[in-house]
Structure formats: structure tokens, C-alpha cells
Design a protein around this ligand. Structure first.
Ligand SMILES: C[S@@+](CC[C@H](N)C(=O)[O-])C[C@H]1O[C@@H](n2cnc3c(N)ncnc32)[C@H](O)[C@@H]1O
Length: 271
């Protein structure tokens, strides 16, 4: 079995260090503090897919470092609320909000989103979650909570990179799961759970190729900065994360794991 490997504590704890920043720029092109498979192109499309305007109040489930939510707040002029279970991520996000003069419009909270969300019904105009729900138990209930806190007419978007598309060995599943808790889903299950939660107008975009490309670039960018990264996170963790990224690249480029992006609506007139 693969040893447990840390991704998020190191990524958020060392957010401002040169090596981690350079890895993000080389991997994604634009640095939004990502730890996901979201390309810059997809990052740029999300506000439009959600129909955001400067009047929108937006929830990000699993905001990580906070960099992307702050970019959205800055670019669109809207208000954002971010939730994440990682304390270093939430600390970083609130620090960046202060530094960028966005603290009045962007707020981040430590929260396990598998529990009831800390907001009243019909609070948000839109919600999104980039590569997070695969880490959270009880997806049906989580989608139900997102539905509850959205206003009627609101849209939600999430991505899932763990849809099983082919044969996977137990070693591959262990390496792919080495950074934490993971839920693998069969094709069609997310659509079924969205409908069950009350969402309608479900659209699905195929983004498996993005995950394959990002994983390779991320691994190679880290390899170039091996010395600094080993000093920061230790050799065992460095090698474990390289194996994880190689595994993501292999499984997604062979389409044995798929990544899909879901966009859905809470229709006007919904409870
Ligand atoms: C793949 S990262 C994505 C982060 C960010 N959305 C991005 O695009 O870079 C997954 C995030 O989910 C968070 N997460 C995992 N389980 C969670 C839970 N139960 N509640 C809230 N956040 C969770 C992790 O801490 C991590 O920041």
C-alpha cells in the first residue's frame, strides 16, 4: 500500500515561498494558488458559466489557498465566501484578502463541508467547487446543502476527476488515493445525485485532458525544483507526491479515470 502523502498542508503552508510559487506559474500559467486540475482557461470560464455579476454573492466549497476566490472577487467585483477544512489554507486566504484590500468582500472560514453548511437557506447567487467533492463523504447530502443555501435561479458548478472510466489496479487506486480520503464514482452518478438534490438543467463538460496535462506539468515543474521542495516537505513526501502526479497523468491520459465539469441550476420556484 502507498504511504500517506501530504499535498495541502505543504502547498498552503509554503504558499509564498519561491519554489511553490514558481511551480504554480509553470504548471498553470497564471497563479491562483491552485492545488487542482483547473486550467487557466477553465478558471477564466467559471464566472461566465455561473453567470456572475458584481451583485453576486458567491460560495466556494473547498477554497484551498483562497487565491482563485480572491481573483473572482477582484475581477467580477462580487462578494465571496470560501470554506475549507485545511486550517493553513483558510489562514492564507484571509491573509491574502487583507493584503489585497478585499477583506470587506471576501471571507474564508474553516469548515468541514460534509456537515451542515453554516449559512441560512437561499443565501447565495452561485456556488462552485473545484476538485473538492471527491474528498468529501456523503456527496448526496453535500449537494443537498449546496442546493439549500442557493437562491432560486442560482447556479452551481463542480468538477470531479475521479470518475472511473476503465480498469484500475489496487496499486493504482492506492497511489491515486495516497494524499487523503477519496470517493471514486461511476459515470452518471453525479448527474443522478444532482437531480436527486433538486438541481435541473445539468450540463456536463469533458475535461479529462486538462487533468492529464496539468499533472504532467506539475510533476515536471516540481522535479526542476527538487532541492528546495525536499528541504520544505522532506524527501519521502516529495517522492510520494511525484508518484501521485505521475499516476494522475497515466490514469487520465489513458482515460481510465475521467474528469468532468458539472453545471446545474436551482430553478426559480424551487423551495
Ligand atoms: C484539490 S484541492 C482544491 C482546492 C481549490 N479548490 C483549488 O482549485 O485549488 C481540494 C481541497 O478540498 C479541501 N477539502 C477536503 N475535504 C474537505 C472537507 N471535508 N471540507 C472542506 N474542504 C475539504 C482540501 O483541504 C483542499 O483544499
Amino acid at each position: 500500500m502507498s504511504e500517506k502523502v501530504d499535498l495541502y498542508d505543504n502547498a498552503y503552508g509554503h504558499y509564498a515561498s519561491d519554489a511553490y510559487r514558481e511551480v504554480r506559474i509553470e504548471t498553470y500559467g497564471q497563479d491562483f494558488g491552485q492545488t487542482s486540475w483547473v486550467t487557466t482557461e477553465e478558471s477564466n470560464e467559471i464566472p461566465q458559466l455561473l453567470g456572475l455579476s458584481r451583485d453576486s454573492y458567491v460560495l466556494e466549497i473547498g477554497c484551498g489557498s483562497g487565491g482563485y476566490a480572491l481573483h473572482v472577487a477582484e475581477k467580477i467585483g462580487c462578494r465571496v465566501e470560501g470554506l475549507d477544512i485545511n486550517a493553513a489554507g483558510v489562514r492564507n486566504a484571509n491573509r491574502l484578502a487583507g493584503e489585497r484590500g478585499l477583506a470587506s468582500r471576501a471571507h474564508f472560514e474553516h469548515c468541514d463541508v460534509s456537515k451542515k453548511l453554516p449559512f441560512a437557506d437561499k443565501t447565495f447567487d452561485a456556488a462552485f467547487s473545484n476538485d473538492v467533492l471527491c474528498h468529501v463523504p456523503g456527496r448526496g447530502a453535500v449537494l443537498g446543502e449546496i442546493f439549500r443555501v442557493l437562491k432560486p435561479g442560482g447556479r452551481m458548478l463542480f468538477s470531479d476527476a475521479l470518475i472511473v472510466g476503465g480498469l484500475l489496479s489496487h496499486e493504482e487506486i492506492a497511489t491515486r488515493s495516497s494524499i487523503g480520503y477519496y470517493v471514486y464514482s461511476p459515470p452518471g452518478e453525479n448527474e443522478r445525485l444532482l437531480e436527486q438534490a433538486g438541481f435541473r438543467q445539468v450540463r456536463v463538460l469533458e475535461t479529462t485532458g486538462s487533468a492529464a496535462r496539468i499533472a504532467l506539468r506539475w510533476r515536471d515543474a516540481r522535479e526542476k525544483r527538487k532541492e528546495a521542495l525536499v528541504t520544505a516537505e522532506g524527501n519521502t513526501n516529495f517522492e510520494g507526491l511525484q508518484r501521485f502526479l505521475s499516476c494522475v497523468h497515466l490514469l487520465t491520459s489513458e482515460k481510465r479515470l475521467l474528469r468532468h465539469l458539472y453545471i446545474a441550476s436551482k430553478e426559480r420556484g424551487s423551495a
